[in-house]
Design a protein around this ligand. Structure first.
Ligand SMILES: NC(=O)c1ccc[n+]([C@@H]2O[C@H](COP(=O)([O-])OP(=O)(O)OC[C@H]3O[C@@H](n4cnc5c(N)ncnc54)[C@H](OP(=O)(O)O)[C@@H]3O)[C@@H](O)[C@H]2O)c1
Length: 201
């Protein structure tokens, strides 16, 4: 994110905030995870590949997971390119199938994250990297389903009142509803800073 907490440009247009050192960190994190997860909002805005890029890290690309209640992932999306395994997670009522991806259906209004994590655990997935976007990060934090939060802070301010921030969703209405974090580490990453927290439950 930027120093003012933004993770994109206004209206959600993608912004590359990572510097080269941070890209190496992110791709090493991906390579060390069993799966990487994003919401369909990120797929529609950024069309990410979600693979491990060889110039930044070694290792195979993990399972790519998209939270997509109504099956809105476009046919031409890069997560459907067959270059790494992909799991699209829809709600129970969605009937859409995808050419190069497996589908798991759980939840009524939106994807039920606890059921999804149980399913992933049953197939041996132990380390899940949640990359975004704003709504999905809030869901994992708010539902107490994240163990750690790692935030790279780029030395830039983006501004913009409609610009997505690190955690969106409904947000906390009072301090009692805030997600509590325990600071664990701070380090310089090129010209930016990496902040690491444990999530308090
Ligand atoms: N700087 C970065 O590192 C970074 C990384 C990733 C994304 N981004 C930015 O984040 C923005 C996208 O964020 P976003 O908030 O619009 O979308 P998002 O968090 O990527 O996806 C949210 C969507 O996921 C679906 N979903 C299904 N089950 C869910 C659940 N249990 N909890 C939350 N969402 C669920 C919902 O759509 P349905 O109802 O259709 O299922 C929801 O609208 C883009 O601007 C992108 O550039 C930045």
């Amino acid at each position: 994110m930027s120093v003012d907490g933004k993770i994109a440009f206004p209206e959600g247009k993608p912004a590359r905030l990572s510097n080269e050192e941070d890209l190496r960190r992110v791709h090493a994190l991906r390579a060390g995870s069993d799966a990487i997860l994003v919401g369909v909002g990120t797929v529609l805005m950024d069309d990410p590949k979600l693979t491990v890029r060889r110039e930044y890290a070694k290792g195979r690309s993990p399972l790519r997971i998209v939270l997509d209640s109504g099956g809105r992932t476009p046919r031409g999306a890069q997560v459907l390119d067959g270059k790494a395994p992909t799991l699209i997670v829809t709600t129970e009522d969605c009937v859409r199938t995808f050419p190069a991806a497996e589908v798991f259906r759980c939840g009524k209004e939106e994807v039920d994250l606890e059921l999804l994590l149980d399913h992933l655990a049953s197939r041996g997935i132990r380390t899940l990297l949640v990359e975004g976007g704003s709504a999905v990060i809030w869901s994992f934090l708010h539902e107490g389903l994240a163990d750690e939060l790692k935030v790279f802070v780029a030395s830039q301010a983006l501004g913009g009142k409609s610009t997505p921030t690190l955690a969106g969703g409904e947000g906390a209405a009072t301090l009692a509803g805030a997600v509590r974090l325990a600071f664990s580490r701070m380090s310089a990453v090129g010209d930016g800073v990496l902040l690491e927290y444990a999530v308090v439950r």
